[in-house]
Design a protein around this ligand. Structure first.
Ligand code: 13P
Length: 253
């Protein structure tokens, strides 16, 4: 029997100015403090510009902070980019990599995601590696093949359960209010765990957290988070409201 502590991660995407970032993250930290003990880990991934605001607001609460992307290099001539070392220096413990919006908007391939994840591990960050099929791939019955090949291509060298979290986010479920059936989520998560086992062995696969993301909200959280191979959620829109994000987190415990 494996015990994987749920991870409830909020991906704020390109949302949050200083005042609302501080209010939202402070609200969440207060809820964690008030609860005393919680049965899940909580992670907030704000835009780069408010990382230090959020780190300050959650200090001492145990809420972790992460970036939404990083460069492969530690430093250098890369205008506009942020390195994993810089994220760690700001107090981040995690970084989301290979989100479908980055794969689509910035042409990130599996090889790029893998290189970034290796750089993140070298900077002592936990890499949250995202995979997921598009709607046309789903309609063509290719979901499992697509995510298996993304896992095989994106998993960093030296990955283990303490250093990597996988997030399954069907592209067509992101921000649409649509989700796969619980049966489909269960099947894909089980297939992802099999693929991780092929790459890293059964013990690592059994311990690695696999999050579900895509239109997670308080009303569907219990069903999704109750599934065997679903070890938490990567939440977009609903992570921008403390009450909703907290309700999702509580549904995991
Ligand atoms: P939504 O929860 O808004 O669908 O976004 C999911 C997501 O992309 C999280 O990374």
């Amino acid at each position: 029997m494996t015990t994987r502590r749920p991870l409830i991660a909020g991906n704020w995407k390109m949302n949050g100015l200083k005042a609302d970032a501080q209010a939202l993250s402070r609200d969440l930290a207060q809820r964690v403090n008030k609860a005393g003990g919680i049965g899940f880990d909580m992670l907030i991934c704000p835009p780069f510009t408010v990382i230090s605001t959020v780190v300050g607001a959650v200090a001492g609460s145990g809420v972790a902070v992460g970036g939404q992307d990083c460069h492969v290099a530690e430093k250098g001539a890369h205008t506009g980019d942020i390195s994993p070392v810089m994220l760690a220096d700001q107090g981040c413990q995690f970084v989301i990599l290979g989100h479908s919006e980055r794969r689509a908007d910035h042409g990130e391939t599996d090889a790029v995601v893998k290189a970034k994840a290796e750089a993140a591990l070298a900077a002592d960050l936990v890499a949250v590696v995202c995979v997921g099929e598009t709607e046309s791939q789903k309609d063509a019955g290719q979901t499992i093949d697509v995510v298996a090949s993304q896992i095989a291509g994106s998993m960093p060298e030296g990955a283990d359960a303490a250093k990597v979290v996988v997030a399954y986010e069907p592209v067509w479920a992101i921000g649409t209010g649509r989700t796969p059936t619980v049966d489909d989520v269960a099947k894909v998560h089980a297939a992802i765990r099999d693929e991780i086992a092929k790459a890293l062995g059964n013990d690592v696969a059994a311990a690695m957290r696999i999050l579900y993301g895509g239109s997670v909200k308080p009303s569907n959280a219990k069903d999704l988070l109750g599934l065997d191979h679903v070890d938490g959620a990567l939440v977009g829109g609903a992570s921008l409201k403390a009450e909703d994000f907290w309700a999702i987190a509580e549904a995991s415990a």
